[in-house]
Design a protein around this ligand. Structure first.
Ligand code: HEC
Length: 177
């Protein structure tokens, strides 16, 4: 190989090398700028993404101490809350028989499941009425095993008070003619 040929080869080689270096730098710059845009979004660094994130992880409620309402963002909710709570207590005080019935009795006595006398079925209830109200109430509260099936105490809901069970029984009997 002559010296001239060597030179040409070397020059070409350098040219290719230079091109590769420039090419690498350009690719690096492009990928960097693309990454900056997309990764920033994925990591919630754009204003929009940060806002959406804050909305998603926003706490349901905040403890707002009396006297510190000024610092509380949710002070409107905190101030109106006691009034609403009082109302709820007032409502819980008076027992709604229909509501208890719908919650604890209708599952069996609505369709007449497993031998339960159907609500509003006069014939089915006639014989039971003869037992007297006190007995029916006792069976409602403490449960009853009869020929037709098993009536669980308090309709299977031990959280019900005697008053609630009585109100549900009253509602059930009111549905008879
Ligand atoms: C899991 C089903 C079921 C639920 C829930 C249920 N009952 Fe009963 N109940 C029965 C069955 C079955 C009988 C019939 C038992 C028998 O006479 O053999 C019955 C019978 C009765 C009787 C008649 C008892 C008697 O001495 O003849 C009353 C009263 C009664 N249920 C009230 C209620 C009330 C009030 C509720 C809701 C608080 C309720 N039941 C919820 C199944 C249920």
């Amino acid at each position: 190989m002559s010296e001239q040929e060597d030179r040409t080869f070397f020059d070409t080689f350098m040219l290719v090398l230079a091109f590769l270096i420039v090419f690498t730098i350009v690719i690096f710059a492009i990928s960097n700028s693309v990454a900056n845009r997309t990764i920033a979004d994925r990591h919630h660094q754009t204003a929009d993404a940060a806002e959406r994130l804050a909305e998603r992880i926003r706490p349901e409620g905040r403890l707002c101490l009396q006297g510190q309402e000024e610092e509380c963002e949710v002070r409107v909710a905190a101030v109106t809350r006691p009034a609403a709570a009082e109302e709820e207590v007032a409502e819980a005080g008076e027992v709604d028989g229909q509501q208890v019935y719908n919650q604890a009795c209708t599952a069996c006595h609505g369709p007449g499941i497993a031998g339960a006398p159907r609500t509003g079925d006069d014939a089915a209830w006639a014989a039971r009425m003869d037992k007297g109200y006190e007995t029916l109430l006792d069976h409602s509260i403490n449960g009853f095993q009869g020929d037709a099936g098993f009536m669980p105490a308090r309709g299977g809901n031990p959280n019900l008070s005697d008053e609630q069970v009585a109100a549900a029984l009253d509602y059930m009997l009111e549905q008879l003619d």
